[in-house]
Write a protein that binds this ligand. Structure first.
Ligand code: BES
Ligand code: MN
Ligand code: ZN
Length: 502
């Protein structure tokens, strides 16, 4: 789908979308159109339940007096609530609606609102961003799809007074959408296509954006002493990888230390010898969504040339049961030197992150380190599919993340860490064990395990098991891989870590 910006006037083809505020208050474009059509908008509203509440839509076919063949009234809600997130959602909803209608071409009027804080160009850019986010589709393996099931919308124009300003505001947002789409692409792929080596190849493509990409293979990991990650990988015919992606957007900053992102990249999680039940196991193809989000946020930051030094490190393994797989009760030595008793081979994400987080803090001495992982089923029990779990050893970092979550709609809920939990993973046989032994506070147990490998750097762990994949459509996120974390971390960087321009 092509998204562009056009003059604020009634278009001569396709569908024309005009806004209506709550209580049927017409925007200026809607007022002009109501006049031109000799009252068709007012009449249509009067004959329906359309009130102009947020997201309501009313179609008017063959409007008189104009060449456009359809008008859609779009409810904007209360003007005071028309923030960026609302506009993105409206952009997504309109895109989905137009595709359902079978429309190919549409124009959306974006009118300035008296004393509203988003300016018309900002509104247009945010609307366009939402449209781009919603228009994502993973359909490369559907070879026989009926034409009537395919999306139709080819071109969406945002009609706004200052198109140059809108274009300028949209450019970086569109780069963030590129990152979101890169994540969705990799997370949606089946595990016979995306496994450690092929995931690493995708990361390599970031070189085109000026990202430095290094791929560590098994030998290099063995040399570094990454026994925790390698223990998980040893049951798979697919050799593991670690990918290090570096974006140096602030080479002259006074403090050159990067912000670091670490991702759990289990390209398929059978549970290993602690085998998962068959029902629902297919979901474990997206057990690399943390690594996918890291790939996406690096794509976004490099794409929009963020003035920040950032490093993304992903640990890529496949967790399989096999004659060579690790056994419950194996003891492995992690890169930190700490020994780990593996009591459940299905608690593998924390083993991967133990080495990835240790390696990252040891090599890069980051200002802050944030890991993303589909770590525990328990976080779904606690928070459902609405919030990701946030665990942090630093108040400032936690506050920044919570604020970024509210701003982007990728919401976080703070969860506890602490010694009372940490004690529960002391092992009788090694320095630490990878499960506590009962189901209590399962997500926190995973988090305190990782915490043993972060060496006191300001750190946050995001458990995204409940939010990485959606079984239903949302305004800006079609069902499937959500790319949770990309918008969030891009925003955190923009608000807290980026050198201000100019
Ligand atoms: N990848 C899973 C967690 C998961 C479950 C993600 C459901 C998405 C949906 C993780 O590796 C796992 O298996 N965790 C175990 C930990 C347990 C053995 C302590 C779990 O949550 O059951
Ligand atoms: Mn597992
Ligand atoms: Zn897993």
């Amino acid at each position: 789908m092509k998204i562009g910006f056009a003059k604020l006037e009634i278009p001569s083809t396709g569908t024309y979308v005009v806004g209506v505020h709550e209580d049927r208050k017409l925007t200026s474009s809607a007022t002009a159109l109501d006049k031109r059509t000799r009252g068709m908008l007012s009449a249509a509203m009067a004959g329906s339940r359309f009130k102009g509440r947020k997201g309501e839509m009313l179609d008017i076919l063959q409007p008189r007096g104009v060449k456009a063949h359809r008008v859609v009234l779009l409810g904007l809600g209360k003007p005071a609530d028309l923030g960026s997130l609302r506009l993105q959602r409206l952009g997504g909803l309109v895109t989905a609606h137009l595709n359902r209608l079978g429309e190919t071409t549409a124009t959306v009027a974006i009118d300035a609102i008296a004393d509203a804080n988003p300016t018309a160009p900002t509104m247009a850019a945010q609307f366009a961003y939402g449209a781009r986010l919603r228009s994502y589709r993973f359909d490369k393996y559907r070879t026989r799809e009926k034409p009537e099931h395919k999306p139709t919308l080819r071109s969406l124009a945002l009609a706004v007074e200052d198109q140059a300003a809108a274009r300028k505001l949209f450019a970086p947002l569109s780069r963030v959408a590129d990152g979101v789409h890169a994540t969705r692409d990799v997370v949606s792929e089946p595990p016979n296509v995306i496994y450690p080596a092929t995931f690493a190849e995708r990361c390599k493509q970031l070189e085109e954006l000026g990202v430095k990409v290094e791929v560590l293979d098994e030998k290099q990991m063995a040399k570094l002493g990454m026994g925790a990650l390698l223990g998980v990988a040893q049951g798979s015919a697919k050799p593991p990888r670690i990918v290090v992606m570096q974006w140096s957007g602030a080479p002259d900053a006074a403090d050159k230390r990067p912000i670091a992102f670490c991702g759990k990249g289990v390209t398929f999680d059978t549970g290993g010898i602690s085998l998962k039940p068959a029902a629902g196991m297919e979901d474990m193809k997206w057990d690399m969504a943390g690594a996918g989000a890291v790939l996406g946020v690096m794509t976004a930051l490099a794409g929009r040339k963020a003035k920040v030094n950032a490093v993304g490190v992903v640990g890529l393994v496949e967790n399989m049961p096999d004659g060579n797989a690790q056994r419950p009760s194996d003891i492995v030595t992690s890169m930190s030197g700490r020994t780990i008793e593996v009591l459940n081979t299905d608690a593998e994400g924390r083993l991967v992150l133990a080495d990835v987080c240790w390696y990252t803090q040891d090599r890069f001495k980051p200002k802050a380190m944030i890991d993303l992982a589909t770590l525990t089923g328990a976080i779904i029990i606690a928070l459902g599919h609405e919030f990701a779990g946030l665990f942090a050893n630093n108040e400032d970092l936690a506050a920044g993340l919570l604020a970024a979550g509210r701003a982007t709609g990728e919401k976080l809920w703070r969860m506890p860490l602490g010694d009372v939990f940490d004690r529960q993973i002391d092992s009788d046989a090694a320095d630490v064990k990878n499960i506590a032994g009962d189901r209590a506070a399962g997500s926190t147990i995973g988090a305190v395990f990782i915490q043993r490998f972060v060496n006191d750097v300001p750190w946050a762990h995001l458990d995204i098991a409940g939010v990485a994949w959606s079984k239903k459509d949302h305004a800006t996120t079609p069902k499937g891989a959500t790319a949770f974390g990309v918008r969030l971390l891009d925003r955190l960087v923009a608000d807290r870590y980026e050198e201000k321009r100019g």
